[in-house]
Design a binder for this molecule. Sequence first.
Ligand code: ZN
Length: 284
Amino acid sequence: MTNGDGGKQKLKVLVTVKTYPIPSAMYDELVCTAGVTESGDFIRLYPINFRDLPFSQQFKKYQWIELVVEKHTGRDVRKESYRPDSDSIQPLGEPIKPNPGNWAERARYALAKKARSMEDLYDQQEADRTSLGIFKPKKVHDLIITPDDPEWKSSFKMALQQVRLWETRTASKEPPRKVPFKFHYHFECDDQRCKGNHRMMIEDWEVGALFWRQVDKGASHEEAAASVKQKFLDELCGPDKDTYFFVGTILAYPKTWVVIGVFWPKIQHDDESSNAQMNLFDEE
Ligand SMILES: [Zn+2]
């Protein structure tokens, strides 16, 4: 990172994570956009008013952007939290698509500073206020579906409507619909200190996007929830995948870590390195 005037820095970020709105968060951190710098350091960017960005400045996951940022001050003391200068955002080239050959390019940055376990990340948080990380779960036991409020709380919905932190190229002024379920990964880490019983909420943007895509195609809410489980457990954490979890803390509850994204390259065997991997999502 290069230092500029007034604590501002210009840097390049590979965007790796976008979350669905997290109702428990403070209202200025309604969604989390996170990524890594060229050296693999994690960075959290908010607020970003996606809808106010001209088309030429809109960006997708696994796209490099160049932008001017300033460290958050005040309430947010987390190590990786930066405030972007929205006018400065410049997408650089095309996103790195999830083709088989491209996962290595993604991994070069996304996994550069990987942690061994959640226990490691708890230690780092204690030491230097680390609040973002990526690690490989040793075993993902389950994806637990729990019914949740069907509507945003009205104060939260108002905040969503005012700041318009989500990305859409349609004319709709409505915020993303509330998903009437919570999804938790139940997993254990590869660490002797691990009790083997983590249950962490999944806040990946793709969960909500997938859920509502299924509903809009005619699925019931229960069927749509089952589709989320099928994708996020059976496919993304399947035995043929080398799965990592992007995780981060919530501003309002600093001790609460959530899964904010999944890194899921197919395990490459020498004899099948040319197999094409299906793109399961329209990554946004
Ligand atoms: Zn653990």
